[in-house]
Design a protein around this ligand. Structure first.
Ligand SMILES: Cc1cc2nc3c(=O)[nH]c(=O)nc-3n(C[C@H](O)[C@H](O)[C@H](O)COP(=O)(O)O)c2cc1C
Length: 204
């Protein structure tokens, strides 16, 4: 469906209070993951979304200790920045997740963050709209399948909707993505589509 200016204005009005949370899983500041996440946020902002962004590497998020306290008390025993992040996650209906491929999988920062979901009240995840962005050095995007597959399964299991996935293959240099207009446009469109998805839910 093509968005006319009128529809776009309606969308902005309807979703203007929606905050979209970008979560960057790469330790490389201003690198490919952050650029991809920023581009999705920019697309969503065109439809009135308010962007927020966190860089996991700048936060103190300890790995899960598998002590299982959370299963008894409903709360993780570790007191770290996960509390701040969970507040933001609550506030936002759309999460733009970004992780580089490290050895076929996600980065350690991203995996530690996702592992901590184990201790959270699972109602947090219900009906969240997810955009996943994944840069990788190799040219074969099929090699991102383990990471993308992992996220698909997790989203499905926790009741989230994986609305869009953007895999950026062949991104070896820090600025590779910035030089790739097509991928940046894919991200922008993903941001736009996820807001459109939210809008259509409002109409139902
Ligand atoms: C520790 C490490 C492991 C990596 N493993 C892979 C890999 O298995 N496959 C791949 O295609 N790229 C791999 N890469 C390359 C990164 O995925 C790629 O450079 C990506 O664009 C980095 O994103 P960033 O700029 O946001 O950090 C690896 C990079 C690092 C630092």
């Amino acid at each position: 469906m093509q968005f006319t200016e009128q529809k776009k204005e309606l969308a902005i009005l309807t979703v203007e209070k929606k905050t979209v949370l970008g979560i960057v899983g790469s330790p490389r500041k201003g690198g490919n993951t952050e650029t991809l996440v920023d581009s999705v946020l920019a697309g969503a902002s065109e439809y009135g979304a308010v962007p927020e962004k966190v860089i996991l590497h700048d936060m103190n998020i300890s790995p899960c200790r598998a002590c299982n306290s959370c299963q008894k008390t409903g709360k993780c025993i570790q007191q770290d920045d996960m509390d701040i992040l969970v507040d933001l996650m609550h506030k936002c209906d759309v999460w733009v997740l970004g992780t580089p491929i490290y050895w076929w999988g996600p980065s350690a920062q991203f995996k530690a963050f996702v592992d901590r979901w184990y201790g959270l009240d699972q109602r947090l995840f219900q009906e969240k709209q997810i955009v996943l962005t994944v840069p990788m050095g190799g040219e074969n995007s099929n090699l991102a399948r383990h990471t993308v597959g992992m996220m698909k399964e997790i989203c499905n299991y926790l009741g989230m909707e994986l609305v869009e996935t953007v895999i950026a293959a062949g991104m070896n240099g820090k600025n590779s993505v910035k030089e790739n207009r097509r991928i940046l446009e894919d991200c922008r469109t993903a941001g736009l589509r996820v807001m459109r998805n939210i809008l259509s839910r409002h109409r139902q």
